[in-house]
Design a protein around this ligand. Structure first.
Ligand SMILES: Cc1cc2nc3c(=O)[nH]c(=O)nc-3n(C[C@H](O)[C@H](O)[C@H](O)COP(=O)(O)OP(=O)(O)OC[C@H]3O[C@@H](n4cnc5c(N)ncnc54)[C@H](O)[C@@H]3O)c2cc1C
Length: 394
């Protein structure tokens, strides 16, 4: 520790981003005090396997096997941060003064209205309890054909559950990758024996099923609402921290309050690369941004401006997405007729800005490099699956 290092760092949020921040601080040689406050009683664990391997029954525990002892961290599990002010975090169990505060409180699922029980899939407890209900013949209604809904439908169908996915948009994944691209995944549901209701908004969750906005009713034994998450920042509303779809932070992950930083699903960081604020909800961000953050916590001025990366495993397929397609003005398909693997590339002007691949990891890797480099590409070559994507740079 140098004389300029902060003496006390408090990390609020014991998920991947919080744990990785602690690990990176120690890896950089920071020897001051670190307190990690986590609302869940469990030590940090990984969420992506909850809807995949754990839901299929391949694993029962996704704990991150961190060497918590060797990290010399004051671990406060089962404590919820409720407020901070005057350089002190107040939880429901104590008070923690800090020189630097890291907000890593993640996100929480959005619920729908209605008196019936709705389950969510965010925590290990959610996942273990839900898995118990996935018995052959049970009727499961999943609200939302997004990433989580598709992954859960995959696992539940494999367990012999009668699955219906209800989606308000006209195609699966419409919000994430556009209805046009999402529509290419529609047939996967039928092939897996999953019923998919498109263009059906849910009006209310009832005790025995779903009331649909169009007047219909869908009977179900269990209902899982998977319509998205919101950043977990309600506890900051009484603070001076600027909130803008999460904690607004700059490229160095600094919030509007000096000495207060944010990282992971709760952080909306400024991307110079894409010219807008981004909040990604990606595991890769929670994994990697903490290295930049840790350096900055102890006096560095590094920037976090990634090409965002996300993957999903659904209906026996690996989907990978890099970049940001919001500013795109052109969409190009790369596929051969009759082949199950395909890719979609988004261009803004002549630059590649995002790539989605289904079972084509090489396209993903090469696309990521082109996006990172920001070089112009030849749209004709991009469209030709016989031309390696890296050779489309013009
Ligand atoms: C089922 C599932 C599957 C996923 N699959 C993928 C995938 O395939 N690919 C991918 O890229 N991403 C995936 N993700 C997203 C990825 O897991 C998240 O981006 C990542 O977990 C974010 O980490 P985080 O530490 O920022 O937030 P979180 O993991 O949400 O951790 C935040 C922690 O802070 C705690 N907390 C909240 N409020 C407070 C408070 N006031 N005080 C103290 N503690 C608090 C929470 O209880 C939580 O433990 C998936 C997520 C889920 C839920």
């Amino acid at each position: 520790m140098t004389s300029s290092d902060p003496a006390r760092i408090v990390v609020a949020g014991g998920g991947l981003a919080g744990l990785r921040t602690v690990e990176e601080l120690r890896a950089l040689g920071y020897s001051g005090s670190i307190t990690l406050i986590g609302a869940e009683r469990r030590p940090p664990y990984d969420r992506p396997p909850l809807s995949k391997q754990l839901m299929k029954g391949e694993v029962d525990d996704t704990s991150l096997r961190a060497e918590l002892d060797s990290l010399a961290v004051d671990l406060r599990l089962g404590e919820r941060a409720e407020h901070f002010g005057d350089r002190t975090v107040l939880t429901d169990g104590g008070e923690y003064p800090f020189d630097r505060l890291v907000i890593a409180t993640g996100a929480r699922p959005v619920g729908l209205q209605g008196p019936g029980r709705q389950r969510f899939l965010r925590t290990m407890e959610d996942a273990l309890a839900l898995r118990e209900t996935l018995v052959p013949g049970a009727r499961l209604a999943i609200i939302g054909a997004g990433w989580i809904g598709a992954e859960l439908a995959t696992a539940a169908a494999l367990r012999g559950v009668r699955v219906t996915v209800v989606e308000a948009a006209g195609a699966p994944l419409a919000n994430a990758i556009s209805a046009e691209v999402g529509a290419a995944t529609e047939h996967w549901y039928a092939e897996a024996g999953v019923e998919l209701l498109l263009g059906e908004a849910v009006e209310a969750v009832l005790d025995d099923g779903l009331a649909l906005a169009g007047g219909g009713f869908l009977a179900a034994d269990e209902v899982v609402t998977a319509v998205g998450v919101r950043p977990e920042v309600g506890w900051l509303e009484s603070s001076q921290v600027k909130l803008e779809n999460g904690v607004a932070v700059d490229e160095q992950l600094r919030s509007s309050v000096t000495g207060v930083y944010a990282v992971g699903d709760c952080a909306a960081f400024w991307s110079g690369r894409f010219g807008r604020r981004m909040r990604t909800e990606h595991w890769d961000t929670a994994l990697r941004a903490p290295a930049v953050l840790a350096a900055n916590l102890i006096g560095g001025s590094e920037r976090y401006d990634p090409v965002p990366y996300f993957w999903s495993e659904q209906f026996g397929r690996m989907l990978q997405f890099v970049g940001d397609h919001r500013a795109a003005d052109k969409l190009i398909w790369r596929r051969r007729v009759g082949e199950p693997h395909w890719a979609v590339c988004w261009l803004a002007g002549e630059r590649l800005v995002a790539v989605l691949t289904v079972g084509l990891p090489r396209d993903l890797t090469q696309g990521r490099r082109l996006i990172d480099a920001g070089v112009p590409v030849d749209a004709g070559k991009v469209a030709d699956p016989a031309v390696p994507l890296r050779d489309s740079a013009s």
